[in-house]
Each structure stands twice: as C-alpha cells, then as structure tokens.
Write a protein that binds this ligand. Structure first.
Ligand code: ACO
Length: 376
C-alpha cells in the first residue's frame, strides 16, 4: 500500500454499518434509530432517548416507568467510589476524575469475573444503565468539590435532568432552564462514528469489557478537537471579551493560524444539524439571564467567522455558553457531554459486540528501508 492511498484521519472511510444513528450532511439531518433528533429534543425525556438508543424503540409508558425506577434506584455511589473521588486532587481536570471513576466502577462489577461475563449482552445492558445513573452523581460531586462543597445525595422524586441539576447546585432552576439542559443531553447523546465512539468500538472489538471501552471513549472525548471544544469555546469567549473586540481578535487568531473552537466539523460542511435546536435553547437562557453582552459576543463571533471562513458552528458553540449560564464551571462542560454520550457509546459497544470483527487497519510504512545492525 502506498502513502497516497492513505485516508488521513480515516476521512471518508466507511468503517462498518450501524443501525443506531444516521448523519446526513447533505440534508443536514441526524436520526437516532430513525427519529429526527429535533423531534426527540422537542418531546422526549432523556431517559427515553437512552432507552431508544439501547433498544431501538422508544419505550412504552410502562417500559419508561420501569427504566426510570431502575435509574433512580442506582444513582447513589458506593462508598469506595466516593472515596476514590475524594482521593483525587480537587483541581485535577474533571475529565480525568470522571475517567478514573468509571474505571473504578469496573472494579466493583463482580459479574466481570463470571464465565462469559465480560461481554454478556444482558450484563452489558445492566452496566450501561448503571453508568447512565451514576455519571450524574459523579459529575455533580466533582463540580461541588471544586467549589469546596459537600456532595448532595440524589433525589428519587426528581427525573434525570432535574436530579442532575439538584445534586450539582442544591436548587432547581426554572422549568425552562431544566429543559435547556435536557435538550443539550438529547443532542449530545449520539453521533455515529465520531472519534470517541469509534474508540469505544475499537476497544469493544478486542472483546474487552464495557467499562474499559467507556474509559477509552472518555479519553478521546477530552481532546479539544472533539468534546473538549465545549470547554474551549468558553475560554475563547473569555479571551475575546466583548463583541467590539471580535474583529481585532479574529484578525490576530487567524494570522496565528489558530483553530477557532466550536466551529467546523469533519462530516457537516454546511452547518451542524443540532445547532439550530441548541441555539434556540441557549436563547432561552440568554433572555432569562439578561446577558445581552454574551448574546452580542456570541452573534458577532459567529457572523464574523462564518463570513471570513465559510466554516459553521458545531454543537459545542451554543452548548458551551448554555452550560455556563446554567452555572457549571467551564471544566465541567465536557463531563456533561460524557453523561450524555455514554448512551451512544454503550449502544455502539453492544452493537459492535453483537456482530464483532476485530478493528485492526493497515498502515503504509514511511520509515527507513531495511537495514542491519553493524557487525552482523
Ligand atoms: N478554525 C479555523 N480553521 C478551521 C476550523 C476552525 N474551527 N475548522 C477547520 N478549519 C480549517 C482548517 O484550518 C483547514 O484549513 P486549511 O485547509 O487551510 O489547512 C480546513 O478548515 C479543514 O480543516 P480540518 O481540520 O482539516 O478539517 P477536519 O474535517 O479534520 O476538521 C474539526 C474537523 C477537527 C472539528 C475542525 O473543524 C476543528 O478543529 N474545529 C475546532 C474544534 C471543534 O470545535 N471541535 C468540535 C467538533 S464537534 C463535536 O465534537 C460536538
């Protein structure tokens, strides 16, 4: 194979089939199990979207009630998980803490030791539900610890989104703000063979266990070219400061050939299908907070960058400021993405396991020609 045949970054390579989601950059659409993501964001609790991604169908009322009961019953962390969280430096990056906590959850799962237990489909579904239920508790505790605050126990009378916000802040925002959070989770849940999902599938393809695959996916998501962009967007807003500063700031940044975080996408070249929905959600928070300065900065950076480069915002562009207005620390934004995307990751891990082939591509060699150790 010659170097010219290489698809750098696997761009344009179709690596496998999936029935979980369909990204169509031509029609600017994203379907989860056939449903447009905008329709799911408008109507479904996040619990129902998780169920859909795993089972292929939206739950009936009875199935949703069962799943909600299971989720609520599993939220509390084991004392050893709490202890692991408390051992880590409070100023460590939350993505590193969350990654470590998921790894620790794997050590608590005795079923991994059962014969065939590593990849048993029913056990993987149970593990997916456990991660879904416990990640908010972990992330909320990490956020509070960064502020020197004790964790708040989960509340079984609250749904997933409300409980997540309650455990983080000890109070609930308006219903409209809760809904913005729910919408962001639905939009972040799944996006076909993105870098972190592909990482999870590579790990699953070795018949490793689900926790290991999720830990690897978290590592991939952390990078600013992928999920870390929602954190990086907020740093850019802080750096630019005001709408009036956008033009000189962008002149400098582009002269330095900087990537502007929150813009561009490997698949969507004419705009990210999720952005209009998330932008509308962000506007609810901008109106509620009266942050006309942030609204002006957001609009000015978007219009100036699009006009100059023809590169459009991705989902991280509106979700970063939305998480900021909800009150999260900037470093917590990507862990929120983890809480959402764990649904898609685990759906893909199970799909990979169900029709597995070891993922092991080839490489074209570009090193020195064969040579020999002197003296032989
Ligand atoms: N800022 C400035 N220039 C950009 C940006 C950007 N955000 N995105 C793309 N470009 C430019 C590149 O510099 C490159 O220019 P060149 O051809 O003159 O060298 C050209 O557009 C193509 O960019 P690539 O990075 O090669 O395209 P790719 O498809 O690999 O990039 C990516 C996709 C990595 C997302 C890129 O757009 C980027 O780095 N964006 C910023 C990070 C970001 O927001 N990531 C979030 C992705 S979405 C998500 O995870 C929810």
């Amino acid at each position: 194979m010659s170097a010219s045949e290489v698809k750098k970054g696997l761009a344009g390579v179709v690596a496998d089939v999936t029935a979980i989601s369909k990204v169509n950059p031509e029609s600017n659409s994203l379907l989860y199990r056939g449903y447009p993501v905008q329709e799911l964001a408008a109507t479904q609790p996040f619990e129902a979207v998780a169920y859909l991604l795993w089972h292929g169908e939206l739950p009936t009322a009875a199935q949703l009630a069962d799943f909600e009961r299971l989720e609520r019953a599993q939220r509390a962390l084991a004392p050893s998980t709490v202890a692991v969280l408390e051992t880590m430096p409070p100023d460590a990056h939350p993505m590193d803490i969350v990654r470590t906590a998921v790894s620790q959850l794997g050590t608590l799962d005795d079923t991994l030791h059962e014969p065939g237990g590593w990849t048993d489909p029913q056990l993987d579904l149970d593990r997916s539900a456990l991660l879904f239920a416990q990640l908010p508790t972990i992330i909320a505790a990490v956020q509070r610890r960064r502020r020197g605050l004790a964790p708040i126990p989960p509340r079984a009378d609250l749904d997933y989104s409300r409980n997540f916000l309650w455990m983080t802040f000890g109070e609930l925002p308006s219903d409209a703000a809760v809904d913005v959070f729910r919408v962001s989770l639905v939009l972040y849940a799944e996006h076909s063979f993105n870098a972190s999902t592909f990482t999870a599938r590579v790990i699953a393809s070795t018949t490793s266990d689900l926790y290991s695959a999720v830990v690897g996916a978290i590592g991939a998501l952390k990078g600013p070219l992928h999920g870390g962009a929602n954190e990086a967007v907020m740093h850019i807003f802080e750096e630019v400061g005001t709408a009036a500063n956008v033009v000189p700031w962008l002149d400098r940044a582009l002269a330095e050939k900087r990537k502007i975080m929150g813009f561009g996408h490997r698949v969507y070249k004419h705009g990210d299908s999720r952005v209009p929905t998330m932008h509308a959600a962000l506007e609810v928070l901008l109106d509620e907070s009266g942050r006309t300065d942030l609204a002006a900065l957001y609009a000015a950076l978007e219009s100036e960058f699009v006009a100059r480069k023809g590169i459009y915002p991705n989902l991280d562009y509106p979700s970063g400021p939305a998480y900021h207005l909800l009150g999260f620390d900037t470093e917590i934004f990507t862990p929120l993405f983890v809480a959402a995307r764990v649904t898609g990751w685990t759906a893909h891990i199970m799909e990979q396991a169900a029709a597995n082939a070891l993922i092991r591509p080839l490489s074209a060699y570009s090193g020195v020609d064969e040579r020999h150790v002197p003296g032989l």
